[in-house]
Design a protein around this ligand. Structure first.
Ligand SMILES: C[S@@+](CC[C@H](N)C(=O)[O-])C[C@H]1O[C@@H](n2cnc3c(N)ncnc32)[C@H](O)[C@@H]1O
Length: 141
């Protein structure tokens, strides 16, 4: 394995990969139960700025996903602007990607956390976990 430090908006990587995981920078508002101080550090302008960065990172790595490959987007926030809105905007701009069948390879409590849109969302009060949002996208062949 090789580690590379780079700006994911412009990754200096050649070739295509079977899978790309974007553990994206986010507001962290899904972690409030463990980090209540986050509420004092975040304002509406942060959400807008981070959503733009998240989208830029997805745009930057999308060309690296091979046909038939997987792109996973994960954030520890429950803000729709950083979750569904980012993914919807991305899918509109990159028609070769689609939401992957959310139930494939997923069972038990994870399956219960799937949303009707095919994403995964954990809720602190329901799941006794931080609030996470995950989208698994599949690149067309
Ligand atoms: C949710 S954290 C990822 C944590 C990491 N997966 C780990 O386990 O330590 C998001 C990370 O993205 C980094 N980041 C922010 N902007 C970035 C960019 N343009 N390119 C690459 N990484 C970025 C942040 O510094 C932060 O470390």
């Amino acid at each position: 394995m090789r580690a590379l430090v780079a700006d994911a908006r412009r990754p200096a990587l050649a070739g295509r990969f079977d899978a790309v995981l974007v553990d994206a920078p986010c507001s962290g508002l899904g972690t409030l139960r463990r980090h209540p101080e986050v509420r004092w550090r975040r304002g509406p302008e942060d959400i807008t700025r981070l959503a733009a960065l998240q989208r830029e990172i997805l745009d930057g790595v999308a060309p690296l996903v091979r046909p038939g490959g997987t792109l996973v987007y994960a954030v520890c926030t429950l803000m729709e602007e950083e979750n569904e809105d980012v993914i919807r905007g991305f899918l509109a701009a990159w028609p070769r990607f689609a939401v992957d069948d959310p139930s494939r390879g997923v069972e038990g409590r994870v399956r219960e956390a799937l949303t009707g849109d095919g994403f995964l969302r954990t809720l602190p009060h329901r799941d006794d976990l931080d609030g996470f949002f995950v989208a698994r996208l599949r690149a067309g062949t």
